[in-house]
Design a protein around this ligand. Structure first.
Ligand SMILES: *Cc1c(COP(=O)(O)O)cnc(C)c1O
Length: 381
């Protein structure tokens, strides 16, 4: 079966991990600080806090943004559940903003309208979590302008976006217009650390809060200690209730090695997305809008709703490991029990019932990609 996504590991990656195994530190050595510095350099963000998944990263980003019980957080329904779960961890309510049918990201018109209504009712969200679906950036500059009159924090779920650029040329992850940007290094994403993630920000105080939340709420920082205990060399202190969300040096070593290969991965993904764009018959399906700046995490076509199941099964039977991204978050039983209605987000509903994700990853061979195109055309005719 040709999978829809896959990591690419070469000898340089393996050697980087082996080297750490032979060294003194498996965790909290040199690799994590180096990885954080390299992520800052790559994205242009001032601070990076590595963590053990994007899910952990989203959680501490919400905490650092001040999300608490009774607050409301808005996000896209066309995403992995973690984009909404992070707000639930903090005791907040989640509301979904409908997507744009072309970009499949949060629709800026729907957002404008929802902000107007919420502002009048006094029910503005504490934070908005924007998801760069398939690696194509939301317009964060416009989003920042929209929330500017209100006190709303902006968090980017950039799990799909590393390696891509926004509409103004900023690397995705720069957090240029947002408060936080969260990356994922799960194997299907732009690059991998096996499990792993990072939160990027340009706010020094927020970076310190992130660091505390990711490491038990504990700090060794002398200036934070009570004066009388500062001279005790063993002293550390827990200042808040935090978690163990740290990334290990073993994982970070893989990350450092993969980051050196990232631009090649993205170039490969873009060429393969272009191949689909050039070769797929648009009279049979809707192709994604071709965004030159996308990180091309996913290539999702839309087919007639009545044919989706047959096309999906036909492809799987012929060895093409297609998938669907995403089942709208509010379709999941956990969210259904909280009482969401599909009527609130008609574009997301319409998109979901036609969506099929085709294989796309750096090591997808030209032969296999041609096979995907041919089989898809056969199944659709
Ligand atoms: C993969 C993904 C996550 C979760 O990432 P993990 O690193 O697996 O925790 C969150 N949001 C989106 C949009 C994702 O695709």
């Amino acid at each position: 079966m040709i999978p829809y996504g896959k990591h690419s590991i070469d000898k340089s990656d393996i050697d980087a991990v082996l080297e750490v195994l032979e060294n003194q530190f498996l965790t909290q050595g040199q690799q994590v600080p180096l990885f954080e510095k390299s992520l800052c350099k790559y994205t242009g963000a001032s601070y990076a806090v590595a963590c053990n998944s994007a899910t952990s990263g989203l959680h501490i980003a919400c905490l650092a943004a001040g999300v608490k019980p009774g607050d409301i957080v808005w996000t896209s329904p066309n995403s992995f559940a973690a984009s909404a779960n992070c707000a639930r961890y903090c005791g907040a309510e989640v509301e979904f903003v409908d997507i744009d049918k072309d970009t499949r990201n949060i629709c800026l018109e729907a957002l404008t309208e929802k902000l107007n209504v919420a502002s009048k009712k006094g029910q503005l969200p504490k934070a908005i979590i924007a998801v760069h679906f398939a690696g194509s950036s939301c317009n964060m500059k416009r989003m920042r302008e929209l929330v500017a009159p209100h006190k709303v924090m902006l968090i980017e779920d950039a799990a799909h976006g590393l390696g891509g650029k926004d509409q103004y040329g900023n690397p995705i992850g720069s957090a240029h217009y947002s408060d936080f940007a969260v990356l994922s290094f799960h194997p299907v994403k732009s690059m991998t650390t096996a499990e792993g993630g990072a939160v990027l920000t340009n706010d020094a105080a927020a970076a310190e809060r992130l660091r505390l939340f990711a490491s038990h709420g504990i700090s060794k920082e002398k200036s934070l200690l009570a004066t009388e205990s500062r001279s005790n060399p063993w002293m550390y202190a827990q200042h808040t209730l935090g978690f163990n969300y740290r990334l290990s040096d073993l994982h970070a070593a893989l990350g450092n090695s993969q980051l050196r290969r990232l631009d090649h991965f993205i170039k490969d993904r873009r060429l393969k997305a272009k191949f689909y764009d050039d070769n797929l018959d648009c009279s049979l399906m809707t192709k994604p809008v071709f965004d030159e700046n996308s990180a091309w995490h996913l290539y999702v076509i839309e087919v007639e709703h009545s044919r989706r199941l047959a096309v999906f099964e036909g492809l799987r039977e012929r060895g093409i490991g297609v998938n669907v991204h995403y089942i709208p978050i509010y379709h999941h039983p956990y969210y259904q029990k909280l009482g969401y209605s599909a009527l609130d987000t008609p574009n997301c509903e319409h998109y979901y019932y036609g969506a099929i994700t085709l294989p796309l990853y750096p090591d997808l061979s030209a032969d296999n990609q041609r096979k995907v195109v041919n089989v898809l055309h056969e199944v659709l005719f």
